[in-house]
Write a protein that binds this ligand. Structure first.
Ligand SMILES: NCCCN[C@H]1CC[C@H](N)CC1
Length: 292
């Protein structure tokens, strides 16, 4: 390890490690679930790390939070009830709150320390918690989903960490079945689905499960986030039934309504015009579509 640098070493990406130069250590703690670290980096702003894994940096968090939120929410008309599983930093909430059609936002985050640390060190991210439509539940997302009445939500976003530790069961089949049950007919889900360069086995298992469970459309999208391993992160984008959702041509464009800009600032990454990275699968290999 290089003195004065943070290196992201994990068995989930053997033999490689992204490093960021550390200017100042801002917080170090241990919650009931994981180690929590915040530091000031020299080129990416403040950085949130859980169990040694980078969750977000001030510089590039917009790419992830905007894509994981607006890809699903712009694909259905008038989303009203939205659930976020994970996402305790509040960034996805900030993006969901940009949609004026949304009336209720539930969030279930297992680790309260993530919420508290984000509010203290990442106010531009945690501002999502200030929206009056938000209800915060501290608890296990799997249990929360199993208690939710069938067909409750128009959209569910699963902003999870990696399948090591608390988030492991958010990548397994029963969880995807409970997602489908909690969605209304034609509802959409979007889950954090790792890297096509590092985790093809994980992705293929998730896609196989989603193809059995979601009878509308099953898509894998990916985008560029420089501080995530291999510089890309992907998403499963699925609908429970109905016509294939055309994620490339949003029917509910967020940039048509700028009422959110004065409270949240402008979108920094997502827009309805640019064709985002949506990849199809030609079983058994991943076939990249042309993205831009
Ligand atoms: N809202 C925080 C984002 C959490 N998602 C990350 C994706 C990449 C993973 N290696 C770590 C979590």
């Amino acid at each position: 390890v290089i003195p004065g640098w943070f290196s992201e070493i994990s068995p989930l990406w053997p033999g490689e490690a992204h490093s960021l130069k550390v200017e100042k250590l801002l917080f170090q703690g241990k919650s009931d679930y994981q180690n929590v670290l915040v530091f000031q980096s020299s080129t990416y702003g403040k950085v949130l790390v859980l169990d040694g894994v980078i969750q977000l940096t001030e510089r590039d968090e917009c790419a992830y939070q905007e894509m994981i939120t607006h890809l699903p929410l712009c694909s259905i008309l008038n989303p009203k009830k939205v659930l976020v599983i994970g996402g305790g930093d509040g960034g996805v909430l900030r993006e969901v709150a940009r949609h004026s059609s949304v009336e209720k936002i539930d969030i279930c985050e297992i680790d309260k320390m993530v919420v508290d640390v984000s509010k203290q060190f990442f106010p531009s991210v945690a501002l999502g918690f200030q929206d009056p439509r938000v209800t915060l539940h501290i608890g296990d997302g799997v249990a929360f989903l199993n208690a939710v009445p069938k067909g409750t939500y128009d959209a569910i976003i699963v902003d999870s960490s990696d399948p090591i530790g608390p988030a492991q069961e958010l990548f397994e089949k029963p969880f995807f079945e409970s997602l489908a049950k909690a969605l209304r007919p034609g509802g959409v889900m979007c889950t954090q689905a790792e890297s096509i360069w590092l985790h093809m086995q994980i992705i293929e298992n998730i896609v196989a499960n989603c193809r059995q469970i979601f009878k509308g459309s099953v898509n894998y999208a990916w985008t560029s986030v420089p501080t995530y391993p291999s510089g890309v992160i992907g998403f499963m984008l699925c609908s429970t039934e109905g016509p294939a959702v055309d994620f490339k041509h949003p029917i509910n464009p967020i940039d048509a309504d700028d009422s959110h800009v004065k409270t949240k600032g402008p979108l920094k990454f997502y827009n309805s015009e640019v064709r985002h990275c949506i990849s199809w699968f030609l079983y058994p290999t991943l076939c990249h579509s042309s993205c831009f």
